[in-house]
Design a protein around this ligand. Sequence first.
Ligand SMILES: Nc1ncnc2c1ncn2[C@@H]1O[C@H](COP(=O)(O)OP(=O)(O)OP(=O)(O)O)[C@@H](O)[C@H]1O
Ligand SMILES: [Mg+2]
Length: 440
Amino acid sequence: MSYGLNDIIKKVLPKRLFYRSLIIVATPIILLQIIITVVFFDSLWIKANKGMTRSLVGEVETLFDVYRTQKDEKHKEVLIAIYNKNFNLTVALKEDEILPKEKTERWYSPTDRSLRRELKSVFGTSYWFDTTTYKEKVDLRIKYKNGVIQIFFPKEKISPSSARIFALWITLPGLLLITIAIVFLKNQTRPIVNLAKAAEKFGKGEFVKEFRPSGAKEIRLAAYEFDRMRKRITLHLNQRSEMLSGISHDLRTPLTRLKLQLALIKQENLAKKMSDDIEEMERMLNEYLEFSRHQKNEETEMVNLNNLIKEITKKYEGKQINVNFEENLKINMRPNAVKRCLMNLIDNSLSYGKKVEILMKKTINSIIIFVDDDGPGIPKSEHQNVMKPFYRIDKSRGQNKSGVGLGLSIANDIIRSHGGNIVLEKSHLNGLRVKISLPL
Ligand SMILES: Nc1ncnc2c1ncn2[C@@H]1O[C@H](COP(=O)(O)OP(=O)(O)OP(=O)(O)O)[C@@H](O)[C@H]1O
Ligand SMILES: [Mg+2]
């Protein structure tokens, strides 16, 4: 039961930190306002209204009682004048008139309700009033002999006018407080949002500028630690690739020396085999060096994948490449790296199969690229291995004799560094399907 309630609350509550904090701040303010308004209305306004109505009806009753006892018309006029002067009642006797039939009472108005109650207790049913036709006056008619006595009195005699002003005074500061809270909360949540964005960028392999921690102490600390971690990881990565390319570079000199020395060997058969091996080693080194040179200094930019794939397929003219894509696939990435990755995959497909199919589409938070071919495919047990550098399933298998086994691992590395991933599957063309997903 409580679990269900929890779920509902979680669903109803906003997901963003800013809106959650805003609710925490605004709810007490709004609740307080509602409580104060209700209490004020009930205990002050309604009671004051009742008292005022009672005294007005008392005035009218007194007027009536005195009016009735006067025989002389002159006295009656004097009485009316006195009431007008002292109580602000405009009184007129209308002979041969009857009370209007139509009801003008508003059922929801507390003013009307208490006026009706008070009048009923004094005049029974022989009264009629109208509080809506005139803006500031109430039209009250009471049966008198063959006619009616019509009394106009100001509305403010029965309704305490402060209700609206009070409502204004209670909502204005509330709105002001909430506005101030919004400004402060925005400032408090911005550093967290910035931190999240920086972490996301870093995860996608994008360049993160010097990150300046800001905001509350805890957030500042988290941001500071994130920045240190980012620097350590970057340093570590750079060191590793620099070391590898250093080794690769330095190995080339002894290899060249070996090649020269081979020329001096008499046994030609042996010399040939050895020089083949040396050449393969050289190819491997060159391949790796080229990759690490490219990988280094490229910055991410907004790229239209449609144009990129068109550029790539131009280079494979005459080959069976089928491309399908959704329009307007834009994504932040290092274009040369992704180009290299796709070309590696296409190269593989064309050397192990004949037909290639490329499909690109967009999902809510990523772009998916499928590269399918009709080659022999890769058995499931080898899926992990082929991603390793310099790994080739069966050296005698491929027609691609010149391969060194770096293609897939480079492609994998590139996609990983963009925060995406590569999965190998079986293709509907019976060969290999490579599924790339890049986060948006
Ligand atoms: N489309 C494919 N169909 C069948 N086997 C494949 C396919 N792509 C790769 N492989 C297998 O995976 C191995 C590793 O591929 P990878 O691209 O890493 O190396 P390579 O193609 O042999 O050499 P390189 O790409 O460095 O020239 C290949 O040797 C091949 O056996
Ligand atoms: Mg390859």
